[in-house]
Unconditional design. Structure first.
Length: 150
């Protein structure tokens, strides 16, 4: 703490801005699972012409499940969220896979967000304490100088 008080306010302010920027980048990196499924799919892969579930009715044959390591390497849909579900199209009678969002993934995204917000609030609480001490010290010096000038 003495090291923090010995630094100039400008250097400390730059360090705090850097820390906040790093936390924002980390939060955005970990919050990737909170983006909508359609948006992630459109950004991450070219839409194949064989996605019958976009145009016709379908039945989910296998619920949303975590991809195996083999599936992650071979199935393009696994790369987006690491979860897939198997779908049977009613009219064309084809079985396809699509990326999905699981409760586990949502839970991880939520706790990553909560953790980053707790970290940010702790950091800003430290900034407030440091700033208050700096202002108090300046006020005391000003009062001391006024008393000495009398």
């Amino acid at each position: 703490m003495k090291l923090l008080l010995a630094m100039s306010p400008l250097v400390l302010e730059n360090i705090l801005q850097y820390i906040v920027l790093c936390m924002m980048v980390l939060h955005m990196r970990f919050a990737k699972g909170s983006v909508s499924d359609d948006k992630m799919q459109s950004e991450s892969m070219v839409v194949a012409p064989t996605q019958c579930w976009r145009d016709e009715e379908y039945v989910v044959s296998k619920e949303c499940a975590l991809c195996t390591s083999f599936e992650s390497k071979t199935i393009e849909e696994c790369r987006t969220t690491n979860f897939i579900e198997k779908i049977n199209c009613v009219h064309s009678k084809r079985e396809e896979t699509r990326s999905c969002r699981s409760a586990l993934m949502e839970r991880h995204a939520f706790w990553n967000f909560v953790g980053s917000m707790i970290g940010a609030s702790f950091l800003f609480a430290l900034v407030v304490v440091f700033r208050q001490r700096t202002l108090d010290r300046r006020a005391l010096e000003k009062v001391r100088k006024q008393i000495e000038s009398i």
